[in-house]
Design a protein around this ligand. Structure first.
Ligand SMILES: [Zn+2]
Length: 213
């Protein structure tokens, strides 16, 4: 069975889409991003840094930010290094670009999902003003918190689908490839592969192939 992807007017094979309705939506959007990046095969690795340039995102490393205090820097790179993967500035730069900061203590593979989430926000036309509200906690501290869970889920889910297409993932799982091998192939983290396998309801298949040998 084939369905027409109205936005891109290309044909997507129904079997190549994940079982849930939300998953299919994110998959089709993710395929749109892959088309934009000029990828033709479903197992071509996607370079999120290249797409970030098209999305008008300026990606910098923490070391390149001079305005940060030594104390903040030490915290973000020291004791707090595992509690953040990256961040986006809520205001645009004067030239219209949006600043994205990635955690330099994490490897490039871990950056892929963070960066693709930000790319997806831009391509899906999410309004930054709708993404965060500022809240004041009981100690009077101001926190910017994600306010729309479904928008965050859509951006992350679409980015993840663009990085690891369902059809290729299913094929590789069927071939008995491990999470480690799939992660290396797509240049993403093992955690992202595991997330995609589970959200695409391929975990039972994966377990039967990898753990039963
Ligand atoms: Zn987000």
């Amino acid at each position: 069975m084939w369905i027409r992807n109205s936005k891109k007017s290309s044909l997507v094979k129904f079997d190549d889409l994940p079982p849930s309705q939300k998953g299919r939506k994110f998959e089709i959007q993710g395929q749109g991003l892959r088309q934009f990046a000029g990828l033709s095969r479903d197992d071509d690795p996607l370079d999120p840094f290249e797409l970030a340039r098209y999305a008008n995102l300026l990606v910098v490393r923490l070391e390149e930010i001079e305005a940060l205090s030594d104390e903040s820097r030490e915290h973000l790179l020291g004791i707090g290094k595992d509690s953040w993967s990256g961040g986006a500035a809520s205001h645009k730069l004067p030239d219209g670009r949006k600043l994205i900061i990635l955690n330099p203590t994490h490897g490039k593979n871990r950056h892929a999902a963070t960066l693709m989430e930000e790319v997806s926000h831009v391509f899906l036309g999410h309004k930054p003003s709708r993404l965060a509200i500022e809240t004041v906690d009981k100690d009077g501290k101001v926190n910017a918190r994600d306010y729309n869970h479904s928008i965050e889920e859509e951006a992350y889910g679409t980015g993840a689908a663009a990085l690891i297409p369902y059809s290729a993932l299913k094929r590789m799982v069927n071939e008995g490839k491990t999470i480690q091998q799939i992660a290396e192939h797509f240049r993403v983290s093992r955690a992202l592969v595991e997330f995609r396998i589970k959200i695409s309801r391929l975990w039972d298949l994966y377990a039967s192939k990898v753990f039963s040998g």
